[in-house]
Design a protein around this ligand. Structure first.
Ligand code: GTP
Ligand code: MG
Length: 200
């Protein structure tokens, strides 16, 4: 799929203030600093449509971007940021859970995972939660460019072994880099395919 237009629509913490749920929507979520905002910029050919930062905790709100006047991309705040206090974390859980569980046009959640790390309990728990709630998701491995050549073939089988202890089968997965644009076509083609199933 070709991206012709991408524009920011609205930021908020309140699902009732999100845009009308009349177009397909995809959310990007994962640990703080995993590369959610960078991936959105890479997919939409923008340098700074979504705000990125070297420091975790940059994205704090539900951010809607309208793509090709046809579907929404949503940038979400990351989880697992150690400096976030308990009150802040509870607030996060409340509005993100509400968004994930109630947003009726949300067709797929992309769970971003740092390809350099061993499978992390927090990510496995989060995917477990999505599974329990019946929320469709895919896995997106990020920062492929940071792996040494020898590691590139090894991390996915390792992750798969871990996942198959819990899951009967693997969800769709994508292997990406916001730096060298690996995985871009595959991810956009997948979105295009899922868009085709949306009945607004
Ligand atoms: P929060 O909004 O804080 O939850 O973070 P985020 O998941 O949106 O991460 P963000 O896109 O802000 O990126 C965090 C850091 O990782 C930034 O310094 C990015 O430049 C870097 N980064 C993101 N994706 C990649 C990638 O594919 N390759 C490399 N080398 N760096 C990346
Ligand atoms: Mg972000």
């Amino acid at each position: 799929m070709k991206i012709n237009t991408a524009r920011f629509v609205i930021s908020n913490t309140d699902i009732t203030k999100c845009p009308e749920p009349n177009m397909p929507e995809y959310a990007f979520i994962g640990r703080s600093n995993v590369g959610k905002s960078s991936l959105i910029n890479m997919l939409t050919n923008h340098k700074s449509l979504a705000k990125t930062s070297g420091k975790p905790g940059k994205t704090q709100l539900i951010n809607h971007f309208l793509i090709n006047d046809d579907w929404y991309l949503v940038d979400l705040p990351g989880y697992g940021y150690a400096k976030t206090g308990k009150t802040q974390r509870m607030k996060w859980e409340k509005f993100i859970q509400e968004y994930l569980e109630k947003r009726e046009n949300l067709l797929n959640v992309f769970v971003l995972i740092d390809s350099r790390l061993e499978p992390q309990q927090i990510d496995l728990n989060f995917m477990g939660y999505l599974g329990e709630k019946g929320i469709p998701f895919s896995m997106v491995f990020t920062k492929l460019d940071k792996l040494r050549p020898g590691q590139k073939g090894a991390f996915y089988p390792r992750y798969k072994r871990e996942m198959l202890k819990i899951w009967e089968e693997m969800p769709p997965h994508f292997i990406t880099s916001a730096v060298d644009t690996s995985g871009k076509e595959e991810l956009l083609d997948y979105i295009e395919e899922v868009n085709g199933m949306f009945e607004g």
